[in-house]
Design a binder for this molecule. Structure first.
Ligand SMILES: Nc1nc2c(ncn2[C@@H]2O[C@H](COP(=O)(O)OP(=O)(O)OP(=O)(O)O)[C@@H](O)[C@H]2O)c(=O)[nH]1
Ligand SMILES: [Mg+2]
Length: 429
């Protein structure tokens, strides 16, 4: 058993103070961002007892917020008996340890990234998911080791968010070298798991099944959509990051065609980069799909920002150009007239409710339409120098015949639409 096992539950609800900086840019309004941070804290088992905000043009290098604010924060911590202070933006390791010293024992100071990593640790179930989260947690921990020594020493008494990282190690055993070794070992284990996943996904490719992946902001209703289409089976909850590990279900479409749908981890603004990195193989389910359903909670006033955040992550995993259909979910919460006017504005999108099933037929028809676009065989002659294209056709398409010529390969193949566009210059009939 690993000595870096993750712990499942927080011992007692912690009392949290949230701190946000209003950058006066046109990003997210700070109160909205803090609403989200409060939900994240709640998911991790902490109750919010106060919020503190400050307007700044740029962070103060030493303490992130101004020194007057630090004093104000200290007063809040003492009056409200807070256990943890959570910053909405990333703190550098030195800012984090400066703030901990300034606020005094035993208050913990963490940032949004640590909070998200903590939630991921609580929700990861499969071996791959746990390895991915452990890797991201240790990468976060490594530069903070000095500041965290005190945490780890007091882990028995304090517990809670942030202290669950590296759980199970005694203070003396942990040093940078050990963590680096463990990171290397985790990377190795993950590569092994990924190899197995590649074999599985190659099998799915070979079976020619049209593959759909769900992508969207956390809590958009991806798991509910899967349940609505395939029958209830996965956990859908009003919690952030309820789903971490990918689930693939098969769906028999009207007309008889079988497709698979994969539900996976949701996205969020300021998703820690290390986490995206660690979850690359999970997210490859999205990148390699024939079609992405971009699920959006249209009832959330912030949905345009959610759409941007999702776009950003898809870009990061190389899936931004994949064929996609936008599914506006939760229309049962809107006025029908509102839905109509949105529909006029975005005729390409599907409007849906995973709870009432409204729009289900439209969604299924759309999937049938997209899937049938890959059905027609293409005849083409592709030069050997197009190695990348050839390998995409091999891995994501289906080759019916092939003939090797001197400088090119003659193929009859079926490929997903995004590859068809790249094959177009070489089509022969
Ligand atoms: N009213 C309404 N609620 C919905 C709908 N779809 C989902 N929900 C609710 O929204 C919440 C989140 O749904 P999930 O399906 O868990 O969302 P998710 O996108 O899988 O979220 P994560 O896995 O946490 O990223 C749950 O409480 C659902 O019941 C819908 O169409 N209408
Ligand atoms: Mg889910």
């Amino acid at each position: 058993m690993s000595r870096f096992e993750l712990m499942d539950t927080a011992p007692t609800p912690e009392r949290a103070i949230l701190v946000g900086v209003d950058w006066r840019s046109d990003g997210w309004p700070i109160e909205r961002s803090l609403d989200e941070l409060e939900r994240l804290a709640d998911t991790a088992g902490a109750g919010t007892v106060a919020r503190l905000t400050q307007q700044l043009d740029r962070p103060v290098p030493k303490s992130y917020i101004g020194s007057g604010k630090v004093e104000e924060l200290k007063g809040f911590v003492q009056r409200l008996d807070a256990d943890v202070v959570i910053f909405d933006d990333d703190l550098s390791p030195s800012q984090q340890s400066y703030l901990e010293r300034a606020l005094g024992e035993p208050t913990k100071v963490i940032d949004r990234t640590a909070l998200i990593l903590d939630i991921f640790g609580l929700h990861a179930r499969t071996r791959e998911g746990r390895l991915q989260v452990q890797l991201a947690q240790l990468q976060y921990l490594l530069p903070r080791l000095r500041g965290m020594w005190s945490h780890l020493a007091k882990e028995q008494t304090r517990g809670g968010i942030g202290s669950r990282f590296g759980q199970g190690e005694s203070q003396l055993e942990i040093d940078r070298r050990m963590i680096r070794n463990r990171i290397a070992q985790l990377r190795h284990e993950l590569r092994e798991v990924e190899k197995r996943r590649d074999v599985q996904s190659k099998k799915r490719n070979d079976s020619q099944t049209f593959r759909i992946a769900l992508a969207g902001y956390t809590n958009a209703g991806k798991s509910s959509l899967l349940n609505q289409l395939c029958g209830p089976s996965v956990l859908a909850q009003d919690k952030l990051f309820a789903t971490l590990d990918p689930t693939t279900r098969s769906l028999s479409l009207p007309g008889g065609r079988n497709v698979t749908i994969t539900d996976t981890v949701g996205f969020i603004q300021k998703l820690p980069h290390g986490l995206v990195e660690a979850f690359k193989s999970t997210l490859s389910e999205v990148r390699d799909a024939d079609l992405i359903l971009r699920v959006v909670d249209i009832s959330d006033a912030d949905y345009p920002r959610h759409v941007d955040a999702v776009e950003h992550v898809l870009d990061e995993v190389g899936a931004a150009e994949q064929p996609a259909v936008t599914v506006y979910n939760k229309i049962d919460r809107l006025d029908p007239s509102e839905v109509e006017s949105l529909r006029r504005r975005e005729p390409e999108a599907v409007f849906f409710s995973a709870v009432s099933g409204e729009g289900k037929e439209e969604l299924l028809n759309r999937i049938i339409h997209e899937a049938s676009a890959c059905d027609a065989p293409i005849s083409c002659e592709i030069p050997y120098r197009e190695g990348l294209l050839l390998s995409s056709i091999r891995t994501q398409g289906n080759i019916l015949t092939e003939e090797y010529l001197e400088d090119r390969i003659r193929l009859v193949c079926k490929v997903p639409r995004h590859i068809a566009a790249r094959v177009k210059p070489y089509v022969t009939e």
